[in-house]
Design a protein around this ligand. Sequence first.
Ligand SMILES: [Zn+2]
Ligand SMILES: [Zn+2]
Length: 384
Amino acid sequence: MFSSTSSSNIFAGFYSGSQVNYRSTETLYFNEYWYEYESVSAGSTITFSISSTPAKVSFIIADQIFSSFPSVTKTGSITDQITLSNNDDFWYEMLYLEAGGSSISCTFNSSKPVDFFIADSTMFNNWYQGGTPSFYDELTNVTSGVSTYTILTTRDYYLVWYNPYPTIPTINYSISYVAANVYDFSGALIDNEAVYSSSSSVTVATAGTWYFYIYFDPMNSPEESTTITFDVTYTPASTSGSTPTTPANLYYVVPIIIIIIVFVIIIAVAVSRSRRKVSTQETMGVPPTGEIPLTSLSPTVTQAPVTPRIQTSQPEVALSRCYSCGAEMSPGALYCIRCGRKQQGRQVGTPDRTTPAKARNCSLCGSDLEPGTKFCAYCGTPVD
Ligand SMILES: [Zn+2]
Ligand SMILES: [Zn+2]
C-alpha cells in the first residue's frame, strides 16, 4: 500500500514499483548491434536474459554509447589437428579481420602432401565452384608450410587446406592473428562476449543512462544473420524502506490521487521517452531509419518509430554498380548478375544448384531473370 504521509512518498512508492521491460525477438546481421537504454538511479537493478541462434553474440551493459568504446588491437591463436579424406576433401578456418593493422600467420605440418591457400569469400566460392582464382597466398603439394598475410581490406578470410591427392593426410596447424580495430568492452559493467545466451542480474553503482547492447561480432561466428531474443528489466532503486499504514479516512481519497498521478506520469513518460530515443540517436551520429521529426511528436505518441538496430560497417546503400566488377546493378539487386558477388553483407555458403541457361526464372528463388544474367540478382544462384 502507498504511503499518504507526503506526496513525495506516494511518488517514490509508485516509482519503486514501476519496472521498465524490454522484450523482443529481432534479426541481427553481422557487425550490427541492438540497443535499448534507460535513465536510472544509483542502486537500480538490471535483470537480463538474452539468447541468440545460430550465431554467438556479445552482451554488454554500460553507461556509454557504443561508438565511445575504445578500439584496440587484439591477438589470438587457433591450434588444431585435422585429417582429410583423399581425392577432394578440404577444411578451413575463417577469420573476420579489419584493415589497418591486422595480419595472419599460419604454420602447419602434414603427414602427407596437401595444398593450402588464403582466400576471401569471392575467391573461396570461385574455387569451390571449379574456378582457379588467384589467392592471397598459396602452397601446393607440401607437407609443411608457413604462410603470412597482411590484411588490406576488411572482410572474411579463409585459410583452406585442400587434399586433391590419393593419400590421407593428418595436419597439425597453428594460426596466429592480429585483429586491429576491435571494440574493447572490458570497461563495461557486463561484458559477456561470444555467447549463445546470457542471463543474470546486476546493480548499477552510479546514476545515469544505462544501455544494454547485443552485438553480433563477425569474428565470433561466420553466419550472415542471427535471431536474438532478449528480456531485460530495469528495476529502479527502492527509496522507501517502510510501508506506513494508511489512515482509514483516506482509503477513498488515496486511490483517486494515485490514479491521477499515474495517468499524468504515463503521459509524461510517453512523451519524454519518445524524445529521448530520437535525440540520443542523433547524438550518436547515426541516422535511424524511419526517424520522425521532433515537432511531429504529440502526447498520443507512445513510441517513436525508430529502429535501434545500427550497422557499424555495412552501409545499406543502393549501389548502382557492382563494387567488384563494375557491372550495372538494377535497383534492389543483392547480387551482381555478371560476377555473382554479393553487394551487401556477408557472402556465406555456396549455391547448391544452377539455373538452366534458357530459363526465365531462377530455379531457387523464382525471380525473373533478365537476358544475359549469369547470377540471380536476388539469391546469387548461378545461371549456366
Ligand atoms: Zn559484379
Ligand atoms: Zn534467385
